[in-house]
Design a protein around this ligand. Structure first.
Ligand code: UD2
Length: 322
């Protein structure tokens, strides 16, 4: 039985990892500062995780959390491109300083491997699709710079200290438990909640921007595979984690509206500063290195996600849910 520290374990991706690892019988230490993470996300496994309220910005707290761990799945971050554009300092501190603290703590604790939640935003708007890891990054927003800086730190800790690190560049991960009601929520969760409430969603720009929307299960699988893969195949490397398909926002809106029996058209607003126009990944590197294979399609992922939010929303309205 291996010992895993999950940073950001009460968040969307972190909590999925925590549930999966606990169900597989692994030992999980769950660290979260509960700023964007929610205890609710760990219901069902709270008695089986070593839950610690702590912050990656605090060296002592992350230092203590890393002690005795075999693997660190570093998911803690302050996400969102628009949040970082509006107010860059808090996300800078969490995403760059926090990631540095995680690496230092992992190095000092003798952790075997760190897997890092990197972001597809690194590619920016350069020409050439699909995106391949060998492309030179062109970040467009503070968030993209921060996540990319984390990658560079990860790679440097491998080269300089021999700490095994793997960077997974997530492409717009969606699914149950993503926060739906913040102005900084991912578009999928936000649109689903708005449609459930009968509110008219806003598409920023013309809606023809494309995303490689990826169901959460694929991100979970990638993390577990990246932990197990031989170091020679993954250490110090960056991998795209995506579905390998591009869907426009207009198209996504229509699919969601159909699934939710929602009949209002979208309203359109100005494009968001720092927004990437198009996103589509080549996932062959992850396939070759650790057998990554996104099993849940875009459509099936949407169905599962809509069903989950529908059940939560219905339960909440009946006073039994969250
Ligand atoms: C970026 C990264 C993603 C992840 C994420 C973390 C890219 C291509 N993707 O996601 O991998 O790191 O950051 O936060 O950089 N939108 C609307 N209406 C809304 C909300 C969003 O039209 O109410 C649009 C938004 O302008 C964008 C698209 O939907 O064009 C997706 O936005 P998002 O915030 O879900 O994710 P994005 O692409 O910034």
């Amino acid at each position: 039985m291996a010992k895993y520290l999950i940073t950001g374990a009460a968040g969307f991706i972190g909590s999925w990892l925590a549930h999966t690892l606990v169900e597989q019988g692994e030992q999980v230490r769950a660290l979260d500062n509960f700023i964007t993470g929610q205890r609710q996300n760990l219901v069902g496994i709270l008695d089986r995780v070593d839950l610690r309220e702590g912050d990656i910005r605090n060296q002592d707290e992350i230092g203590a959390a890393c002690e005795g761990m075999d693997y660190v799945l570093h998911q803690a971050a302050l996400p969102s491109v628009p949040r970082s554009v509006k107010d860059p300092e808090p996300s800078h501190t969490s995403n760059i300083d926090g990631t540095f603290n995680v690496l230092e703590a992992a190095r000092q604790a003798g952790v075997k491997r760190v897997v890092y939640a990197a972001s597809s935003s690194a590619y920016g708007n350069q020409p050439g699709f699909p995106r391949v890891e060998t492309m030179v990054p062109q970040p467009l927003s503070p968030y993209a710079v921060q996540k990319l800086t984390g990658e560079l730190y990860m790679q440097t800790y491998w080269r300089v200290y021999g700490l095994e690190t793997v960077c997974l560049r997530y492409f717009n991960i969606f699914g149950p438990r993503q926060v739906p009601d913040s102005p900084y929520s991912g578009v999928m969760a936000r649109f689903i909640l708005q449609m459930l409430r009968g509110e008219q969603p806003t598409i920023f720009g013309d809606g023809e921007q494309g995303r490689d929307f990826t169901y959460i299960q694929s991100a979970v699988d990638a993390n577990l595979q990246a932990v197990q893969a031989p170091a020679a195949q993954v250490a110090g490397q960056v991998f795209n984690i995506a579905c390998g398909e591009r869907h426009t926002l207009n198209e996504t809106y229509d699919v969601l509206a159909k699934l939710l029996d929602f009949h209002q058209p979208a309203q359109y607003g100005p494009p968001r500063a720092g927004d990437v126009r198009d996103s589509l990944a080549d996932i062959s590197a992850a396939r070759a290195a650790f057998g990554y294979d996104p099993k849940i399609s875009f459509e099936e992922g949407l169905r599962r996600t809509v069903e989950w939010y529908r059940s939560q929303y219905t339960a909440a309205n009946e006073g039994t849910g969250v």
